[in-house]
Design a protein around this ligand. Sequence first.
Ligand code: FEO
Length: 386
Amino acid sequence: MEPVRLKEGVYWVGGIDWKLRNFHGYSTGRGSTYNAYLIIDEKITLIDTVKEYLFDEMMERISKVVDPSKIDIIISNHVEMDHSGSLPRIMQVCPSARIYASPNGVRGLKAHYRKAWDFVEVKGGDTLSLGKRSLQFLLTPMVHWPDNMVSFCPEEKILFSNDSFGQHIASSERFDDEYPADIIWEEAAKYYANIVWPYSAQVRKELEAASGLDFEMIAPSHGLVIRSLAGQIVGLYQKWANLETIKKAVVVYDTMWKSTEKMALSIASAFEAKGYKVRLMSLQENHISDIMTELLDARTLCVGSPTLNNNMLPTVAAFLTYLKGLSCGGREALAFGSYGWGGQSVALVEKELEAAGFNLMEGFRVNYVPDEAQLNHIKEDLEKRI
Ligand code: FEO
């Protein structure tokens, strides 16, 4: 368990969660890291901690640089327990350390841990001297809790960005230029789509504020430290935060006896014929968090469900609940599905899509099994409207 040097006197001392596969509903197939950073200066400073069960791993890394009881300052950029979970135990080791956090951060830490620690509230724009180095604080509420802030070290040109620019990747490599860039982009997009997307307006403000900072390294709280691709990841965040889309359709569906699946294929072929990129995603084979990643830059979402017991299929309902929570409307959407009797599913899916803020296009319903003429009609009708 080695610390990793970012710059002279600045170390990564986090934990690697090789086995993590589910982060409250988000599938994390590559695991994750919880990145804590140690700055050795006149004031020995720890930025964030790790999940409680990786405390020993973090302590082993810190101990290879400095005696942990000598930590003077702990910066808590974010209350969520993947970053603050080890605070109670490290505060037993360095009980005199002062904890710096945003006002919402101090409130949140008190509510989580019920301890009379030495808290200092910081405001946006405040600067804290560590000796030769300093930290400037930028409050970034709702990226992704009300307490979030980022810390900037101008002397080292490092932005400790917390959840922003994170990726759920477990690896022994610590820097972007040591790891396949396409996986970093894929995981950064998945992270944005599943965690950051609802707060895109706040991200735009954060990017504007960060544009005035002269940083050459981004040290997020999950995944790789970005030192070679900082410009690219900021550019991607600008695109995502501005909700830019391309000519792309995501067709999501579940099916009982393949009728709705046949409709999904006709819908997909209509988009293909009109030059769209298409992603055909069955809910039996695709995780909802991977569907969200594909939706991040898609212009149109199509959602199909047959009718089951006067309702939509539970898998489709779960997807729509997840989608609505991520507040990603403002795009086109249509519903489709087959039915035997009743036939409520399409109207119910439309109601959910509308509640999620999507602009509804006219959808398609077919009784029992669609024949070739019905499938051709779906394709031809849709081609005329897209
Ligand atoms: Fe990685 Fe919002 O915590």
